[in-house]
Structure formats: C-alpha cells, structure tokens
Write a protein that binds this ligand. Structure first.
Ligand code: ADP
Ligand code: MG
Length: 320
C-alpha cells in the first residue's frame, strides 16, 4: 500500500462508522474477521454505482455516499436480514477532499442509524465508481426469499412509488415544472426499509426491494414463485407529486417503470392483514395492499374500468 493511500484510509475511513463488538478485526489487516452469531446465517450482497449510469454526474457527493450504502441496505432489508458490516471499494479520478469529505459524511449518515460498521475496502484510481458489499445475518431458515409467494397471498408495497423516478426526470431537466425537493430527496437519499424487513420475518411469504420499478421487480417474485398476480392500479400508493400529475398515463411509467424507490414489495397470506400491519407499525413504515397472487403467470394490471391495462414487457433498466 502506498503511503498516501494509507493516509487516506486513516483520514477518511477508519472510525467513519459505529464500532461493533462483533468486529474482531476491521480496517487495517489483510481482511476483516467477523463474528457470526451461533444459529444465524450470513446474508451477503453487493452493488456498484457508476457515475453517469446509476446517478447523474451532477449528484452532490454526500448524496452519492448515502445512496451507495442505502441501496445495499435495501437488499438486506428485502431478505429480512439484520445489517452488520460493509466493505467499500472506491475508484476515484483523484484523492480530492472536496469529494471525499462529503462522500464520507453521506455514507456515515446512512450507516449510523442502522449501526453498520465499515470493516474494509479498497482504493483505486479511475473513473468514479463505488462498490459496497454488505453483510448481515438472519436466524437460520428465516431469510425472506423471492420464491415463497403462493396463489391467494396478498401483495403489499411499503411507502410510496414513483417519487424517485420523477426526481430523476426533474434533475435531468426533462420535466416542464419546477424541481420538487421531496422527489429529489427520494432519488438521492432513499431510506432503506431495514426495520420493515426485520418485522416481516415470519410474516411475508416472499419479498423484494423495488430498485428497477414494480413492473420488473414484482415480475421477479412471480417468476421465482411460479405464480401470477392481479394488481389494482387505483390501490397503488403514489408519491404526492406523482399523484398530482394531471394525466394518469404520466403516472404509471414513473410508479411502475421508474426505479430507485427502494420500497419493499412483499406477499403475505390472505387474512394476515392485521398481523402484517401490527408488525410493520412497530417499524414505523406503512404498507398498502395492492392486489393478490394468482395461479398462472405474469401480472395483470387492472384499471379503474375493471379492465387489464397492457404496459408491454417489463424490461427495467438494461445494462447490456
Ligand atoms: P491490501 O493491499 O492488503 O489489500 P489495502 O492497502 O488495500 O490492503 O488496504 C489496507 C487496509 O485498509 C485493509 O484493511 C483494507 O480493507 C482497508 N481499506 C482500504 N480501502 C478502504 C476503504 N475505501 N474503506 C475502508 N477500508 C479500506
Ligand atoms: Mg486491498
């Protein structure tokens, strides 16, 4: 390791996040040594954010720091896992204080309330790219999978949809109206639904986080579970600025096709509404029942007139 790299790690990354008793050895050795509690399974996920692909190049560095961790926490939330540790691989065009200072603050602001510890990483030079690996645990056998939905289950989503996608349209200057701060906040500072994921252990039959839009992500659950779905468009919880759009046809691409909301979509047995709501209430996150799982395949999106609306194939964002 070069001397200046060592200095950067000491300055920016050591001590950035809360200390944890289950970190035997963290930043500073060749690898981290971590305690997995007995009777638990390790749950691991990684996500890369590339400038110009996952966020506009104009995104404030503090928001990039927040979001790079938030999207990973969201994956663990979808598994019902308790987040514990993260590593951070950063590729930077230069060791620039104006970027690293706020980036680290945003990252730390997202880590602190969840109590996750940064236990290692890597620094390289090149076009801006951020890879976070997150590790957490579930009691053995309790992870929420995409494959557990059964015909008759109710389909739920947490929070509200479409706000982040509208925020993106706004910051890209493709929206006629004014930039709405709430939408930009939803885009740049998504709040990972970790506590909801934990509350849904033993309640949800399947779960996914909505990173690519409900059309695509519900499709993943349906395929993995080998079932279909009937969703009522009128029941979809929309972000206020999306609900306020005058033309309904403008709402659905944002609420269903737009990504980046990082809400959870989950299924639970019919008739379990009360226990789902009670479990979620303690987590402080609301959820809305939007439809039901059916036998068969694919989702039917039912409009106000009771007829199915065809949104075409759900492609989500295609990198390749
Ligand atoms: P090595 O050459 O053995 O891979 P490095 O020089 O890459 O070690 O890193 C030295 C230590 O600093 C390691 O513990 C590594 O995990 C940690 N580290 C490097 N970059 C980061 C970072 N961006 N965030 C947190 N820890 C980091
Ligand atoms: Mg290394």
């Amino acid at each position: 390791m070069a001397g200046d790299e060592f200095a950067l790690i000491e300055r920016y990354f050591r001590g950035l996040t809360p200390a944890r008793a289950d970190v035997h050895t963290g930043i500073g050795d060749d690898a981290a040594v971590l305690d997995v509690p007995p009777g638990h399974e390790l749950v691991v996920s990684t996500d890369t954010l590339v400038a110009g692909v996952h966020f506009p190049v104009s995104t404030p560095p503090a928001d990039i720091g927040w979001k790079s961790l938030a999207v990973n926490l969201s994956d663990l939330a979808a598994m019902g896992a308790e987040p514990r540790w993260v590593t951070l691989a950063l590729t930077l065009s230069g060791a620039d204080d104006e970027f690293l200072g706020p980036f680290c603050r945003g990252f730390a602001d997202c880590a602190a309330p969840q109590g996750v510890a940064l236990v290692g990483g890597d620094l390289t030079r090149g076009p801006l790219s951020i890879t976070v690996q997150i590790m957490g645990t579930v009691p053995a056998g309790m992870a929420l999978l995409r494959s557990g939905a059964r015909a008759g289950d109710a389909i739920w989503v947490t929070g509200e949809l479409g706000g982040a996608a509208l925020g993106l349209v706004m910051v890209q200057g493709r929206h006629g109206g004014a930039v709405d701060d709430d939408c930009v906040q939803r885009l740049n500072r998504p709040v990972p639904r970790v506590q909801a994921g934990l509350a849904l252990r033993g309640q949800a039959t399947a779960c996914i986080d909505i990173s690519d839009g409900l059309l695509t992500d519900l499709g993943h659950v349906l395929r993995a579970s080998e079932v279909g779905a009937r969703v009522e468009l009128a029941r979809l919880p929309l972000a206020p600025a999306v609900a306020a759009l005058a033309v309904a046809s403008q709402r659905w691409p944002l609420a269903l096709g737009g990504g980046d909301d990082y809400e959870l979509c989950f299924t639970a047995p019919a008739g379990a509404d009360e226990s789902v709501c009670a479990a979620l209430k303690a987590s402080g996150i609301g959820a809305t029942c939007i439809g039901a799982v059916t036998a068969g395949s694919g989702a039917q999106w039912i409009g106000d007139d009771g007829r199915a609306v065809d949104f075409g194939p759900a492609t989500g964002y295609q990198h390749f």
